[in-house]
Design a protein around this ligand. Structure first.
Ligand SMILES: [Zn+2]
Ligand SMILES: [Zn+2]
Length: 389
């Protein structure tokens, strides 16, 4: 990863068990804990992309999400309803993007929202994508300034996620807690290091590269700090594919007709494994939407079933220390991820009200998945209708 000269670096104090060559815990400031928590707010598709860019030869797989992402990459633009669909899935946006702009170190700085229209004052339509078609048939490629869009408040003194000015303890398996002398002593005792001669303190610098390695470790290690700072890499090949919690459908779903998705599964008889399913576009839309779901919601939806210790611990800390409400136990996505059939606890926000800056006219924000004329209130899908997969 290219390093800019002005890159932010955090200083972390590691307490290391020298005999076993393991990090017992790290002491960190609030700003670093915010960066650590921000990893949980990344959409799954973004995580797959970041990890692939970080280690091009051998990226750490993020369970089934990596396969899902690759499927979208490999599909032609023609297979999708509109050009914007593929982009929406490959570069998912999160409702926390604005919040994350205040991070001291941001793995994935999102561009500001831009709004486009066809340029005609008669149409009153706008889109977040320059490839959408207006109801008049023209391409909506004229950037149009809007008022009413969300802005970042840099005057907030509190942390992005964590309140107050305390310092924190982060254990090797990524439990995060407010630092206290009592806690430090207990942690040392719990690993048999009550005798302080066995431990040493190391000061390490942490920048983008180290945070990327930490992100890899969340999916591949049970000793993230040791692997990141002492071994300098994530344990490759340790992880079996598909141990990542996937938003699976075991919850009972109220059987309203619009929420039923049917597909036929081809099952191998001797072990009852599903080899593949034949399905219609609604099921593919649902699967692809998973790429936009932030990691925090994936952990939340899949509950205790996660086999990834660090990920589970990090999420617990996030819930406990976060100033803003974390667990709505629903994944809230930007409005344009709305599809006709939505399952699980994935919901979309209401589109925000946007006013054209030049004349304060309220504009209709269109669904970039559909064409100008056929806007449906129920939302449309990503992939072309009446296809089978
Ligand atoms: Zn128009
Ligand atoms: Zn159409």
């Amino acid at each position: 990863m290219a390093k800019s000269s002005g890159e932010t670096k955090f200083t972390l104090k590691l307490v290391v068990d020298e005999e076993r060559k393991k990090v017992v815990f790290a002491e960190a400031c609030r700003d670093f804990v915010d960066v650590l928590f921000s990893l949980l707010t990344l959409p799954m598709g973004t995580i797959v992309r970041l990890l692939e860019n970080h280690r091009k030869s051998e990226p750490v797989p993020v369970g089934c999400f990596s396969n899902l992402y690759k499927s979208v990459v490999d599909m032609g633009t023609d297979d999708f309803e509109t050009e914007a669909c593929k982009q929406i899935l490959l570069y998912p946006r999160s409702l926390r993007d604005v919040q994350c702009k205040r991070l001291k170190l941001n793995l994935h700085p999102a561009e500001g929202y831009k709004w486009f229209s066809c340029g005609s004052y008669n149409c009153d339509m706008c889109s977040g994508f320059s490839t959408s078609r207006c109801r008049c048939g023209k391409l909506m490629n004229k950037e149009t300034p809007m008022s009413g869009a969300k802005v970042v408040d840099y005057n907030i003194q509190d942390g992005v996620f964590v309140r107050g000015r305390s310092s924190f303890i982060i254990t090797d398996d990524l439990k995060v807690a407010v630092r206290s002398t009592d806690l430090v002593l207990r942690k040392l005792k719990s690993v048999g290091c009550g005798d302080l001669r066995k431990v040493s303190e190391r000061i390490v610098e942490i920048g983008l590269d180290e945070v990327m390695t930490l992100l890899e470790c969340i999916f591949s290690s049970n000793a993230s700090l040791t692997d990141t700072f002492l071994n300098k890499q994530s344990p490759k090949g340790v992880m079996k594919p598909c141990t990542t919690p996937s938003p699976y459908m075991e919850k009972e779903i109220e059987a309203r007709p619009e929420e039923i998705i049917t597909f036929s599964a081809i099952v191998r008889k001797h072990d009852m494994k599903i080899l593949y399913v034949e399905c219609k576009e609604d099921f593919v839309d649902l699967l692809f939407t998973f790429l936009a779901v932030p990691l925090e919601s994936v952990v939340d939806i899949s509950g205790e079933s996660s086999t990834l210790v660090c990920l589970g611990n990090l999420f617990k800390g996030f819930k406990e220390l976060s100033a803003t409400e974390v667990s709505r136990s629903k994944a809230v996505l930007p409005h344009y991820y709305k599809c006709q059939k939505q399952l699980l606890d994935i919901i979309t926000e209401r589109p925000q009200l946007l006013f054209r800056a030049s004349d304060d006219e309220l504009l209709d924000l269109i669904d970039p998945k559909s064409h100008g004329r056929d806007q449906s209130k129920k939302g449309s899908g990503f992939v072309k209708r009446d296809a089978r997969f």
